[in-house]
Design a protein around this ligand. Structure first.
Ligand SMILES: Cc1cc2nc3c(=O)[nH]c(=O)nc-3n(C[C@H](O)[C@H](O)[C@H](O)COP(=O)(O)OP(=O)(O)OC[C@H]3O[C@@H](n4cnc5c(N)ncnc54)[C@H](O)[C@@H]3O)c2cc1C
Length: 399
């Protein structure tokens, strides 16, 4: 981040370049016919909900002391407290602790679907708590703590980071080459790739190889996959996702309440709402923009069937209809203002931190075998940029 000029040390503290931090307002929720600040439903939810919000905040704070919740995860040792949370589905833990209030449960499901692609019945209690405890905790309304995590964001998403990481590689970066075989030989590593431009198979020879592929693909292309890889691939399950970009020719009419934000969520919907690509613009005048709608398809109360099969079978028009119906609730004029929709299907978008996965994967800094070092967010058991970056960095040092 320092090399990219995103942050620097000032008087012993990190100071971020404000242009790249998510501008205020960061998030809002469409609940009971109006927009409200934040993503936790508050207005009119009743005393039980508010009490459980406070209790949950206290529980997260207590657990922050009992087990280390850090990003990257491999900086936390696998203590008995952490493994006990890892073993249990988050929903079962919430039931056991008496957290049954529907608004709280909706919000926690939303968070799990947002970061893990599946709801609280599918991910471990460790993952459910980690979402809050590794960051700034859980804030109950009125707890006097308005501190929020600073979020780096760009109109093109994490592509901003990926492009800058790739830039120094120049033409050593071979795009559109699908690796079909990685084999350790007597003196090195052979990597065979399908060059889709020339439609030929090309071979590289290297002293060492960092295999930064998802583990289910690595296990297929690495010849005689080592035990460490087979072990990981046998257990990592993936949430499919659908992402749609909607091009709008003019600003949307809005309901009363909280102002348009970076993240705009519709309570109770299948999708996770939309992010506005124009949010970071310094031009105050509203104008044409692109909204990104996120639809996780891992198992959840919304999708009981096979999400990957649904992704494969359902035509683009079905997704268009679902998203237009969903986002028309807060913006009735959205279908009329939409000029184009780009839909992308991700069959294996992210590893789901299912119960027991942390224990299964262990805390190896760099999984390796001979001349191969493995790197990918999958090795952390869930998917965020910080985890994948750490894994890649460590594998590079090892190699
Ligand atoms: C919808 C969505 C939203 C997300 N939002 C965020 C977010 O806001 N913040 C955040 O931190 N993280 C987010 N993530 C997670 C983030 O995208 C991942 O953590 C990150 O991409 C993992 O990087 P990686 O390098 O470990 O793996 P990948 O990004 O999976 O990279 C692996 C690469 O290998 C390539 N590959 C696969 N097979 C082959 C082959 N045979 N030959 C050659 N190449 C191959 C793939 O094309 C891919 O480019 C999001 C993920 C999704 C799906």
């Amino acid at each position: 981040l320092e090399e990219f000029g995103l942050r620097r040390r000032v008087a012993g503290r990190w100071q971020y370049d404000e242009r790249h931090l998510c501008h205020s307002p960061q998030e809002r929720i469409f609940f009971e016919g109006a927009w409200h600040e934040g993503l936790l439903p508050v207005q009119g939810v009743g005393a039980t909900a508010l009490a459980q919000y406070r209790l949950f905040a206290q529980r997260v704070a207590a657990l922050q002391g009992a087990a280390r919740f850090v990003i990257p995860t491999l900086h936390a040792s696998l203590t008995p407290a952490l493994l006990a949370l890892d073993a249990l589905p988050f929903a079962a833990w919430l039931d056991r602790e008496g957290f049954d209030e529907p608004h709280l449960r909706w919000y926690l499901d939303y968070c799990c679907r947002d970061d893990y692609g599946a709801d609280a019945t599918q991910v471990s209690a460790w993952a459910g708590i980690h979402y809050f405890a590794s960051r700034h905790g859980f804030h109950a309304p009125g707890d006097g703590n308005d501190e929020r995590d600073a979020v780096l964001t760009w109109p093109e998403g994490n592509g901003w980071l990926a492009n800058r990481l790739a830039q120094p590689l120049g033409d050593r970066l071979k795009r559109a080459h699908a690796v079909v075989r990685i084999a350790q030989t007597r003196d090195g590593v052979e990597v065979d790739g399908w060059d889709s431009a020339s439609k030929t198979l090309v071979r590289w020879q290297a002293e060492r190889c960092i295999v930064a592929l998802p583990v289910f693909i690595a296990a297929r292309v690495v010849e005689n996959p080592p035990e460490v890889l087979r072990h990981a691939a046998a257990r990592v399950k993936y949430a499919p996702w659908l992402v749609a970009n909607l091009h709008l020719r003019a600003p949307l009419a809005d309901h009363p309440g909280a102002a348009p934000s970076w993240d705009n969520v519709v309570y109770g919907s299948r999708g996770l709402g939309y992010v506005d690509a124009r949010h970071q613009s310094l031009d105050p005048a509203p104008g044409p923009t692109v909204l990104t709608w996120y639809r996780p398809l891992g198992p959840s109360r919304y999708d009981s069937g096979d999400g990957r099969r649904l992704l494969l079978d359902r035509p683009w028009s079905g997704w268009r209809d679902e998203l237009l119906a969903e986002l028309s609730a807060p913006h009735a004029d959205l279908p009329a203002l939409t000029t184009r929709i780009d839909i992308t299907r991700y069959g294996h978008a992210m590893a789901m931190p299912t119960p027991g996965l942390r224990a299964h994967l262990g805390n190896e800094r760099t999984p390796a075998s001979g001349r191969l070092a493995f790197a990918h967010a999958d090795w952390s058991g869930y998917s965020i940029f910080e985890e994948s970056f750490t894994r890649g960095h460590l594998a590079g040092r090892y190699a």
